[in-house]
Design a protein around this ligand. Structure first.
Ligand code: RP5
Length: 160
């Protein structure tokens, strides 16, 4: 059963979604990727988001470029946390999409990570799920420790 629902606005966004899914997989968190445009298929999006909590989903990652309304529309239909990822491209290479995501008017929040940063979206989703899952928290702690160790063991840092 998927714990994270990853939604992209277009097939052109799918690589970022796959990177998020890969990080979640490393943390043993199940996810599913759906391609559902908020403006081209609003009814399908509503059905997917509306039924998600009953299917075990605890967090959404919504990835979109340009007007990037997808994360906000997802958030409007659920109280599950929504993490938005802006895609690079457009007139301001992702800054336009990032602002669209972080500038949600009050009442319906969306979290945001860096432009194109599917990895951080996955880590933040896992951290949210880890609040109620001590084993997942342990895997996150181990990942951070391995990350630090890799830097300490870098030959460039020998002798420090
Ligand atoms: C957004 O517009 C999508 O998220 C995508 O990033 C961008 C372009 O979509 P396509 O027109 O290529 O489907 O809705």
């Amino acid at each position: 059963m998927s714990q994270v629902g990853i939604i992209v606005g277009s097939r052109s966004d799918i690589e970022v979604a796959q990177r998020a899914a890969a990080v979640l997989g490393e943390l043993e968190v199940d996810s599913e990727i759906r391609v559902i445009s908020a403006h081209r298929a609003p009814d399908l999006l509503g059905r997917f988001v509306g039924g998600a909590a009953d299917r075990g989903i605890g967090v959404f990652i919504a990835i979109a470029g340009l007007a990037a309304h997808l994360p906000g529309v997802v958030a409007s239909q659920t109280t599950l946390p929504v993490i938005g990822v802006a895609m690079p491209g457009g007139v301001a290479d992702g800054l336009d999409a990032l602002l669209a995501i972080v500038q949600m008017p009050k009442g319906v929040p969306v979290a945001a990570v860096g432009v194109g940063n599917g990895e951080n979206a996955a880590l933040l989703a896992a951290q949210i799920l880890a609040v109620g899952d001590p084993e997942l928290r342990g895997r996150l702690v181990a990942r951070r420790a391995a990350q630090a160790r890799a830097i300490e063991e870098d030959p460039a840092n020998e002798g420090l």
